[in-house]
Design a protein around this ligand. Structure first.
Ligand SMILES: CC(C)(COP(=O)(O)OP(=O)(O)OC[C@H]1O[C@@H](n2cnc3c(N)ncnc32)[C@H](O)[C@@H]1OP(=O)(O)O)[C@@H](O)C(=O)NCCC(=O)NCCS
Length: 156
């Protein structure tokens, strides 16, 4: 991972997650606390090296996962920041790391239409809307987002 993203202080950085981070991820992610499927998804992302965690004073305060099963393109299935650490730019930092780590040219993510925070976040990070998937959650379609930034931004 780029030194620039790691930052000067290793206690405040974004780094690759390890299986030892699983309990921290579950603490942050409410869904993981009640869903065994979600816990398995997190563990799989950690084991495969496709989870990156944001630290503040050595505490895990957020994470992002990457996968490549969406039409063979990079996809961000999960991005969660601890409720008491939001609106400090952590999700933007995690999105930047995911963009740099992503090994495909195209990078997508998605969120429910009702998720106003996610829509604002993706817009601020340079993503554009790229379609809609109905019939997942009742009356709350899934909006697909595509990173439309410059290719040079992805490989620096
Ligand atoms: C969405 C989420 C990841 C944002 O994390 P965050 O660290 O608070 O986001 P940031 O601080 O990087 O926010 C960057 C920008 O996104 C937008 N944004 C983030 N949260 C917002 C909110 N609640 N309302 C409106 N805009 C919001 C703002 O434009 C913000 O910039 P600003 O603070 O200068 O106005 C966080 O709220 C979260 O974990 N939500 C639950 C899980 C989820 O919905 N994940 C996304 C779908 S995969």
């Amino acid at each position: 991972m780029h030194r620039r993203e790691i930052g000067v202080h290793p206690r405040n950085c974004v780094r690759a997650g390890t299986v030892g981070d699983l309990s921290s991820l579950i603490r942050i992610d409410e869904i993981a606390q009640s869903s065994a499927n979600r816990r398995a998804q997190l563990e799989q992302a950690l084991v495969s090296g496709q989870c990156f965690v944001a630290l503040e004073n050595d505490e895990v305060i957020g994470f992002i996962t990457l996968s490549y099963t969406f039409f063979d393109c990079g996809f961000i299935p999960l991005l969660v920041v601890a409720a008491n650490h939001r609106r400090k730019g952590t999700a933007l930092r995690l999105l930047r790391v995911a963009r740099k780590q992503c090994r495909t040219e195209k990078l997508f993510s998605s969120a429910n239409r009702s998720n106003f925070a996610a829509a604002r976040l993706f817009a601020k990070a340079g993503y554009v809307e790229s379609g809609r998937i109905d019939n997942l959650d009742l009356e709350d379609p899934e909006i697909v987002f595509f990173f439309g930034g410059r290719v040079e931004d992805r490989v620096r």
